[in-house]
Design a protein. Structure first.
Length: 95
């Protein structure tokens, strides 16, 4: 059974947040950090994994990602602060 992840990346100063979904969190975070993929995270240097959660079903993960993207920034910050109050880079735990 595959696991799906919804995650948030931040830039160095935590002023920019990116929300994404993937079935391979380690690979996806490495892509963001290396700048291999053109787009938002490369442009705004969102290289720090600050939050993630897992789902058993792709549809559930996609639905939650879409919901979070509509949230105000304060709600996203609260979600991050619940599990990562120092906003440290959680990718060090994964890699």
């Amino acid at each position: 059974m595959k696991t799906y992840f919804v995650y948030m990346m931040a830039n160095k100063s935590n002023s920019v947040l990116y929300v994404g979904v993937t079935s391979d969190l380690v690979r996806r975070v490495e892509e963001h950090k290396s700048g291999k993929v053109e787009g938002f995270t490369k442009k705004y240097k969102c290289h720090k994994l600050v939050w993630y959660t897992s789902f058993d079903y792709a549809n559930d993960a996609i639905e939650f990602e879409k919901r979070i993207k509509k949230w105000k920034r304060a709600y996203k910050e609260n979600l991050i602060n619940e599990v990562n109050p120092d906003w440290r880079d959680l990718s060090t735990e994964l890699l």
